[in-house]
Write a protein of this length. Structure first.
Length: 406
């Protein structure tokens, strides 16, 4: 009895936040696959999603370089951050990962107030890339700990945001309540000659019931009262951007304007940044060197992964994007996850054939994070053994049908 098994498997995961980067996730899954199928060809394609690890992933994929910088972190204290200069045909491109300077992981749990945190360090990383001579800056949006509408980043790049007395406002989204005008006359001189592109989730908008304050404010530590305070502050900021900023189609509800706590709106109206779907910017622009569609076509099976699969996964997360491409190309897809949350079965509707958690027994989150690599290896091995079992059952059923027909 011959059992048909996948001969070529593509592993295309995102990172597991605060645990493993995308490269580590891909390596662990590949190791687990080879335990069950020692001779199989495994291709790994770690996927940058704009959040934590994006600069490192793209630098590695293009043989680029990482550059250190000390910047103002989200709570105002200095943090060490990195930006990337890509290699190969994209060597004029700098990648600034906003999470490296203003990510939620940089905000201590007892200081999580998105009305106070700032994107100032993001602007400083952009300035460092401009000073290095970059021709294009790609800003990865995701995993932010801020909700300041990009005001801090603009201030770091030379903008002045003034109150009714003509004084500059402080840092944080709460300060935007006091803003009455935006002065862009002293912006970094190279911004006029450099293209800025934001790789963002197009579902995120700045204002309204689905605006960034109301949707993501609670996740960043805001109380219900603070959420409404921030929403009102961002409404005021939107009016200022519409009047004093560069022309953009729709500051309040435009695609991606709510990215990273409104960084999308601030940079679009403040420096003329283009807001693009993160996967269009990161996978289809030629910058990443991944060529994901070509690699999916060659695969018999694709395995993706992310830290949590839940109702939010279909809304622009890596597994859903990989699923969209696999479905179009007719290649089956399995997803592994650190945890399966509310609404997880809904991902089957977007083309993920099967999902599995890497955690098989109850354990504290800290333990799961610390042992993420081993858990992923074991989960990948279990998954492949289940596929082998399915193949054996199918082969036996086919053999019995042939014997009966004879």
């Amino acid at each position: 009895m011959s059992v048909r098994v996948p001969q070529r498997i593509l592993v295309a995961p995102s990172g597991f936040k605060e645990s493993l980067c995308a490269e580590q996730v891909a390596s662990a899954i590949a190791a687990g696959v080879r335990r069950a199928l020692p001779g199989v060809r495994v291709d790994t394609a770690p996927i940058a999603d704009g959040g934590e690890g994006t600069a490192r992933t793209l630098a590695a994929a293009t043989r680029g370089t990482l550059h250190d910088a000390t910047v103002v972190g989200p709570v105002g204290s200095p943090v060490r951050a990195q930006w990337a200069r890509l290699g190969g045909s994209a060597r004029g491109v700098a990648v600034v990962e906003m999470a490296a300077a203003a990510g939620l992981s940089l905000v201590p749990s007892d200081m999580r107030d998105p009305g106070a945190t700032t994107t100032y360090g993001v602007g400083q990383l952009m300035a460092a890339a401009l000073d290095s001579g970059a021709d294009q800056i790609l800003v990865g949006c995701g995993d932010s700990g801020t909700c300041d509408g990009g005001a801090g980043a603009l201030q770091a790049l030379g903008a002045r945001i003034l109150d009714e007395c003509g004084n500059e406002i402080g840092h944080g989204g709460r300060e935007l309540r006091r803003a009455v005008s935006l002065d862009l006359t002293n912006m970094h001189p190279r911004l006029a000659e450099v293209e800025v592109v934001l790789a963002c989730n197009p579902h995120n908008v700045l204002c309204g019931p689905g605006g960034v304050a109301r949707v993501f404010g609670p996740q960043k530590g805001a109380t219900p009262a603070q959420v409404e305070e921030l929403a009102n502050a961002l409404d005021n900021w939107a009016a200022i951007l519409e009047r004093d900023g560069l022309v953009m189609d729709d500051v309040r509800f435009g695609t991606g304007t709510g990215a990273s706590g409104g960084l999308g709106a601030g940079l679009a109206a403040g420096v003329g940044a283009a807001l693009r779907s993160r996967f269009d910017a990161l996978l289809d622009s030629g910058l990443s060197g991944i060529d994901l569609d070509r690699r999916i076509r060659k695969a018999d099976l694709v395995i993706t992964a992310e830290g949590s699969i839940d109702f939010q996964t279909p809304k622009g997360k890596v597994p859903a994007e990989v699923a969209r491409r696999c479905q179009r190309l007719g290649v089956p897809l399995i997803a592994l996850a650190g945890s399966l949350g509310q609404g997880a079965p809904g991902v089957h509707d977007v083309g993920i054939a099967a999902i599995a958690s890497i955690i098989t027994v109850p354990m504290p989150l800290s333990e799961a994070v610390a042992n993420g690599e081993a858990l992923l290896i074991d989960a990948a091995e279990r998954t492949m053994r289940m596929i082998l079992l399915g193949g054996a059952v199918s082969a036996r059923s086919s053999a019995k049908r042939r014997k009966g027909a004879a």
